[in-house]
Write a protein that binds this ligand. Structure first.
Ligand code: FAD
Length: 468
């Protein structure tokens, strides 16, 4: 028997059901296709991460006397061509969540069947099955807490599968046409990070032994290193969410920390559940009353936000962390998101697209669900009147301004109090003192006035009912 394993967002050997099944049955051709038609947004940062991740997968396969075959182009054409070339009987893969992924699976399954090849989809690469979580209910879950409570009692995540000992290569068939070189020389964002399965496993072990102890208390403080930073590894599928779940569940960390962390993984599951049932949520608000919301189009302000030059220190530090590292702390993602959609009045879709292009951990479900949560148009969203004040947020979550100073070195000489309150200053109102001798802009908006304007816009739609 010869099979193709079609690697999608599961660039690993451990806990990889499609690979395991194929390897048990005979020879395997491991294939990854970069198909531009499947991504809605451009992916500059992720491409860098992915190239390293593919290198790592290739070297793991080589240690089993196989290797990875990487192509660029139409997945359907490439998989059909490869299946014919090596006379494969089966193609194994996980199921995808987006409408593009699912449409491809339907077309592929039919067109492979015509060639006598079977497409074997082994379920979703998730903790809880997004399709079965709302079986028997009249509609998918809308609110996180009851969804999570239900899933924890209804589904016990499967124990992770060990990596296959052997991944036998297909017999020599004289080379494959159209392979692409996936190695990238430059890796501008990745200082200190280790893409790939080994890097992911090491990160998990290190986290469980250190920062997990205290996670519940400190996870919201961006100046402290208390979150796992497993998100880029999860987004590329270098580690399975089941592996993380069981390692944390069985660790010696305090119960409160373990449960808080597992709940965050639960939010990831909830986003997948939402995307499975509402694939349009990548571009449309889940609450239909937001279809007519009056977002402002202001390229200049969007540029100031995206370059980290708003004059609001916590917002700028976050946007510069994103530019420099391809990652941003969760609390700061909420603050920069709220500032964009509420204080600047710019649409959540503009923020979503920017994040998709610049995050190394971009995940379509998490990103869209989180932006909709911030904008108030998601199913389980922040109420419209809760507009985050970035000055209060930085005073509370970065009291000694350690995070802000790390990314805004031009503020390093200012005392903590002034770093925080800078966002409230205005040269035009005569509080110019802190700006002298600093290459830092004054606030691009007045926080109080822009908050009032946002409330006014939101009040216009607040009386309309929730989505059915
Ligand atoms: C506007 C906005 C956009 C976001 N875009 C993305 C994105 O593209 N990709 C992404 O993975 N996360 C996204 N998040 C969620 C969250 O910020 C990141 O998952 C988290 O910061 C990753 O860091 P970590 O691995 O150290 O998290 P930890 O705190 O260590 O959490 C562990 C894991 O749980 C999951 N998780 C944690 N918080 C959330 C959350 N709020 N929603 C869903 N899953 C969560 C992630 O998979 C994360 O890796 C976004 C949040 C906001 C507010």
């Amino acid at each position: 028997m010869r099979s193709i394993v079609w690697f999608r967002h599961n660039l690993r050997l451990s806990d990889n059901a499609p690979l395991r099944l194929a390897a048990e049955q005979g020879a395997v051709l491991p294939v990854y296709v970069h198909d531009p038609a499947l991504s809605l947004f451009s992916d500059t940062a992720r491409r860098v991460w992915r190239s390293k991740s593919l290198e790592s997968l290739d070297s793991s396969l080589r240690s089993r006397k196989n290797r990875l075959f990487v192509f660029q182009g139409s997945t359907q054409e490439i998989l059909r061509r490869m299946a014919a070339h090596i006379r494969a009987q089966k193609i194994y893969a996980y199921r995808g969540l987006t409408s593009e992924d699912r449409a491809l699976e339907d077309i592929l399954s039919g067109s492979l069947a015509e060639m006598g090849v079977q497409l074997c989809l082994t379920g979703f690469d998730t903790l809880f099955p997004p399709d079965r979580a709302s079986e028997g209910r009249s509609s998918p879950w809308k609110i996180f807490t009851p969804y999570y409570r239900f899933c924890r009692s209804a589904f016990l995540p499967e124990a992770p599968l060990p990596p296959p000992v052997r991944v036998d290569p297909c017999p020599d068939f004289g080379g494959l046409p159209g392979e692409t070189d996936f190695r990238q020389g430059e890796t501008p964002f990745l200082t200190g990070l280790a893409p790939g399965e080994v890097g992911a496993m090491n990160r998990l072990q290190e986290f469980v032994e250190t920062a997990l102890h205290g996670y519940a208390t400190w996870r919201d403080f961006p100046g402290e290193d208390f979150t796992s930073r497993l998100s880029p590894h999860l987004a590329a599928g270098e580690i399975s969410v089941r592996e993380i779940f069981w390692t944390v569940q069985e660790s010696k960390a305090p119960e409160e920390d373990r449960q808080k962390f597992l709940e965050e993984l639960g939010w990831r599951e909830f986003s997948s559940h939402l995307l499975f049932h509402h694939p349009e949520m990548l571009v449309e608000p889940l609450r239909k009353e937001f279809d007519s919301f009056e977002w402002l189009v202001d390229e200049e302000r969007f540029a100031v936000w995206s370059q980290g030059r708003t004059g609001i220190p916590l917002v700028d530090a976050g946007m510069r962390e994103l530019a420099q590292t391809g990652w941003m702390h969760n609390r700061v993602r909420m603050v920069v998101g709220s500032f964009l959609v509420k204080n600047l009045g710019i649409s959540w879709q503009d923020g979503e697209k920017w994040f998709a292009d610049h995050l190394i951990d971009y995940d379509p479900a998490n990103n869209a669900a989180s932006w909709q949560w911030v904008a108030g148009c998601g199913t389980d969203s922040a109420p419209y009147f809760r507009i985050m004040n970035p000055v209060l947020q930085s005073q509370r979550y970065d009291p000694m301004a350690r995070y802000i100073r790390r990314f805004l070195p031009e503020l390093s000489a200012l005392p903590d109090v002034q770093v925080h309150t800078l966002g409230r200053c205005s040269i035009s109102k005569g509080s110019a003192l802190p700006y002298r001798a600093m290459d830092y802009p004054e606030p691009c908006v007045d926080l109080t006035a822009s908050r009032e304007a946002a409330l006014k816009r939101y009040r216009r739609i607040r009386s309309t009912p929730l989505m059915p």
